[in-house]
Design a binder for this molecule. Structure first.
Ligand code: NAD
Length: 332
């Protein structure tokens, strides 16, 4: 019998990469014997074109719907053996001006799914979260037991969702596993996040906005590696556990900007320094020893070549980001 996977947010950047991967259309390794139902509200960040490579796959079913809607959630969870939960409002800048959508989807939506999972005896629930729940760290790295100290409304809503998810394990015995990953880059990322925003603007001859002095440090992991980590947690992880998916390249935003300029053949005169984001976290860093030692996780994509391939993907897929004016303006 195939495993029936419900993937929420499967039309977004990382969720669609996960779906394409388990159905064998990416290099990360197919999951034989799965059937996939995607539940996605198709917000501005969701795009059915992200699933085009697998649209004709008979193992895939797409359901348009909101994770906060108990009726549609009940209908899809009833037919699921396992859930991989990516759906979220995911952009920090937007959370500064539309916090309600973040609390609603990220916290309430997660709880609606967890309730349905419990009701229908779902075997595993992988909750996909972020390193941003820990706040900011000047040196060293966070292990999984680190207290949560989120600083943006986005991070706070993800932290709330993580705690609710883990509470369903402790209180009800639901098999919940939580992943926390660093910043991702790769194809099909909505052009509001720094990599696709800068690349698409540079390719269009525009300037790019760099926050403050650009000294903030982030770890950059290719989406392929994140998705493989999520799949290892689903297949080899343990109930009630949190796993860090890290091992990316640590760079300041200024260093990343320099690499993107170079890859697009542009110079620093295309960079506009803009006022820093309020409450901008200075540095994130994950200790991913646990996933390495217990699950055999290791990132495979070398940063320099994977970043170049990513830039080339946007160059070669202009129709994807130009089609509906997807060249976003950053929300300031
Ligand atoms: P994304 O914004 O590209 O995609 C989110 C998807 O969720 C979209 O398809 C959207 O339509 C869908 N969605 C939003 N609200 C919904 C709702 N109420 N009901 C159903 N679907 C809804 O996000 P992403 O970058 O792919 O992130 C996926 C997950 O990974 C998120 O949970 C995010 O917190 C986490 N994460 C992201 C990163 C990163 O660098 N992008 C890093 C670590 C963790």
């Amino acid at each position: 019998m195939p495993t029936r996977l419900l993937v929420t947010g499967g039309a977004g950047f990382i969720g669609s990469h996960y779906v394409r991967t388990v159905l064998g259309r990416e290099s990360g390794g197919a999951a034989p014997g799965v059937r996939v139902t995607v539940l996605d509200k198709l917000t501005y960040a969701g795009n059915l074109a992200n699933l085009r490579p697998v649209t004709d796959d008979s193992r895939l079913q797409f359901v348009a719907g909101d994770v906060c809607d108990p009726d549609v959630v009940d209908r899809v969870v009833r037919d699921a053996d396992e859930i991989v939960h990516f759906a979220a409002e995911s952009h920090v800048d937007r959370s500064l001006v539309e916090g309600d959508a973040f609390v609603r989807t990220n916290v309430l939506g997660t709880q609606v799914l967890l309730d349905a999972a419990l009701r229908h005896g779902v075997e595993r629930f992988v909750h996909v979260s972020t390193d941003e729940v820990y706040g900011t760290i000047s040196e060293g790295s966070w292990a999984e037991g680190q207290p949560l100290s989120p600083r943006s409304p986005y991070a706070a809503s993800k932290a709330g969702a993580d705690l609710v998810a883990l509470a369903y394990h402790r209180t009800h015995g639901l098999d919940v596993r939580v992943t926390r990953c660093s910043n991702n880059y790769g194809p099909y990322q909505y052009p509001e996040k720094i990599v696709p925003l800068f690349v698409t603007r540079l390719l269009n001859g525009l300037t790019v906005p760099l926050y403050g002095d650009g000294s903030q440090v982030r770890e950059w992991l290719h989406v392929d590696d994140h998705v493989r980590g999520v799949e290892l947690v689903r297949t080899r992880g343990a109930a009630g556990e949190v796993y860090h998916i890290g091992g990316g390249a640590e760079l300041t935003n200024r260093e990343l900007t320099g690499l993107l300029l170079e890859a697009c053949g542009a110079s620093w005169d295309r960079v506009e320094q803009v006022a820093d984001r309020p409450g901008h976290d200075q540095r994130y860093a994950l200790d991913w020893t646990k996933a390495r030692s217990l699950l055999g996780y290791r990132p495979r994509r070398a940063f320099a070549s994977a970043l170049t391939q990513t830039v080339l993907w946007y160059r070669d897929h202009r129709a994807w980001w130009d089609a509906d004016a997807r060249v976003a303006n950053p929300v300031q």
